[in-house]
Design a binder for this molecule. Sequence first.
Ligand SMILES: *Cc1c(COP(=O)(O)O)cnc(C)c1O
Length: 313
Amino acid sequence: GSRGFAYASGMAAITSLMFLFERGDHLVVTEDLYGGSYRLFEKLFQQFGLSFSYVDTSDVELVRRAIRPNTRALFVESLTNPLLKVADVAALAALCKDKGMLCIVDNTFLTPYLVRCLDLGADITVYSGSKYLSGHNDTVCGLVAVKDAALAEKVYFHQNGAGAVLGPQDSWLTIRGIKTLTIRMERQQENALALASWLKGHPGVGRVYYPGLAEHPGHDLMQRQCTGFGAMIAFEVTRPELVERLLMKTRLISFAESLGGVESLITFPKVQTHADIEPETLQRLGINDLLLRLSVGIEDKDDLIADLAQAFE
Ligand SMILES: *Cc1c(COP(=O)(O)O)cnc(C)c1O
């Protein structure tokens, strides 16, 4: 990008980007979006006259059909949360260019190490730096990279105007974290593949969502577009009582929100990260009472598997 900006949080970064739009503007957005972004759009920016349509952005045709005459941007997660649907960033960016819309990619789950969205044609990438980029579950941070210099000047004006900046201590922690991003990511993905494969074979587990598995619908696209599959896994257990058992009995894996750090974390999306999304939408998306999400850390993979195994018993 021509310029990069650091914000006090991922949400501060996304909030600042919304200042690019004005009353009457419409955005097309990923439907299984990060819950905080959904809340920001629906509960805050709607009152300023912006409107949002939520679609499955892993299907370019559905995005095309959602575009209206007043659509100014696509806000897409490159890999979605928690169902890990993969967006074809190059195809979506080309569509946006054709329609005169901005293509904004929330690339938090993959990081620039695994996919370079601006090179694929996106205008803006945004990150919760609190996740993989800082990587130690000890910092809250947002990052934005903008391709075009004139657009970057606007983004700078909005950031400065809102005062949505990152403090010096958190800037230092983020820079320190980024130094080990590549090593952490490699280890985390290796662990994630091992865990996903193990979960797939467990009798207490139904569906496993991990794009590194060959049967995942986004596997081939990711193989073309990215240099890895990331370290987020979602899976369904076969019985509701297993949810509580896993959340309460895992010891190495902590029951906690957030993701992307060196420690493995397990969450219950329906009740935690996605609690602000309408029940019908959750049901339709498959974010149900059986779905758990794992953010896989850098621990020894056999220890992680042993921890899950004992929790299932
Ligand atoms: C966490 C997250 C955010 C928000 O970031 P904060 O740093 O927690 O404010 C936005 N998008 C995605 C995909 C996230 O995972």
